[in-house]
Design a protein around this ligand. Structure first.
Ligand SMILES: Nc1ncnc2c1ncn2[C@@H]1O[C@H](COP(=O)(O)OP(=O)(O)OP(=O)(O)O)[C@@H](O)[C@H]1O
Length: 327
């Protein structure tokens, strides 16, 4: 992966929004940053920009099926930042919050997607000045000789300054024990969290039990990650909703018979793969495969002339014939 840097997700359609009844204020001043004295008054508020800011974040959250607790937690962070600003304006202490997080969940449950939304929230609220996401895994951090790991890790932290460093399968850093270079990466990260306080947010992500094991083997780490989010597996109905959403985003529709076929297929895969079932990512791959199948079917079917608009949009049950394994 080598430290992929991605911008926040900017999809535009969504289901109805939850009503937020708080006073909305300016996005400009950094709220919780070591660079700003905690009692310094903020510039005058600009309710309009702040209002549209949260609407934008909320729109992105609303596009995600399920994840109710995660959505509540994101709102909690937003509320904290808003009130911190009001407190700062009232001359009260408002800083000192730690935002490093643990994301627990199986593959494809929305961890990276939510991390991007949070990065955007932090950027808009002035906590992080760039709001980008640097997504890494063990191989990006761990080197091949003494000192190499520390250098690689420091470089990635540097790249993440002003944004979020997202470490997928974080527990793999502890897999080789004391002698493994993974330990060097952990120590370097802990040091970076002190050296660059408030300049980046670290998110450790992975399977729930493995993250728990990882934290238990590093007792000093626990208190450094006060925010924990659990990403549950999607149930069958949610996977179907996600399928419809993904098809719609691509200008396709699913016939009722296609939905039936999809449901049956997803149920089997979920039962067979258990923890290895990659939830919404599996659905995305499935929809994309069916779109390829539909293209082949249409080309074979319409040797002369073109299919009509509805035909071009429709994914039929036969398009869900899957030869070969999807991930
Ligand atoms: N609740 C959801 N509603 C709609 N789409 C979703 C939802 N959750 C995830 N997706 C989509 O599924 C795909 C995979 O999601 P994402 O990469 O965020 O999962 P992840 O938990 O980070 O996976 P991994 O741990 O394997 O990296 C993305 O295309 C994302 O947009």
């Amino acid at each position: 992966m080598n430290g992929r840097v991605t911008a926040a997700n900017g999809r535009s359609e969504g289901r109805p929004s939850r009503q937020i009844n708080v006073v909305l204020r300016s996005a400009e001043p950094p709220l919780i940053s070591s660079a700003v004295p905690e009692r310094e008054p903020s510039p005058s508020p600009n309710p309009v920009s702040q209002h549209s800011l949260f609407q934008e974040i909320q729109k992105e959250l609303d596009q995600l099926v399920g994840l109710d607790q995660i959505k509540e937690l994101v709102f909690e962070i937003y509320a904290l930042l808003q009130v911190a600003q009001m407190r700062s304006e009232a001359g009260l202490l408002s800083g000192g919050h730690v935002f490093h997080m643990i994301f627990k969940g199986n593959p494809g449950t929305g961890k990276t997607t939510v991390a991007r939304i949070i990065a955007k929230l932090f950027q808009k609220m002035g906590v992080l000045n760039k709001g980008h996401l640097v997504e890494v895994e063990r191989a990006d951090l761990v080197g091949e000789y003494i000192g190499h790991t520390a250098q690689k890790t420091r470089d990635l932290v540097k790249k993440a300054l002003g944004g979020i460093l997202f470490i997928d399968e974080a527990y793999s850093l502890a897999r080789g024990g004391e002698k493994d270079f993974g330990k060097e990466a952990i120590d370097t990260l802990v040091k970076a969290m002190e050296d660059h306080k408030n300049q980046f947010v670290l998110i450790l992500a992975g399977y729930s039990d493995e993250i728990d094991y990882f934290m238990s083997t590093n007792p000093g780490l626990h208190s450094r990650f006060p925010i924990q989010m659990e990403f549950p597996d999607y149930n069958l109905d949610q996977l179907i909703q996600i399928s419809e959403l993904m098809a719609k985003e691509r200008d396709y529709i699913l016939m009722p018979q296609s939905l039936g076929k999809l449901k049956e297929h997803l149920q089997n895969e979920k039962e067979q793969r258990l923890h290895a079932f990659s939830n919404a990512r599996y659905v995305r791959n499935l929809i994309e495969k069916s779109i390829r199948n539909q293209s082949v079917r249409l080309l074979n079917q319409y040797v002369t002339g073109n299919p009509g608009k509805l035909e071009l949009m429709t994914l039929r049950p036969e398009d869900f014939k899957l030869n070969g394994k999807l991930q």
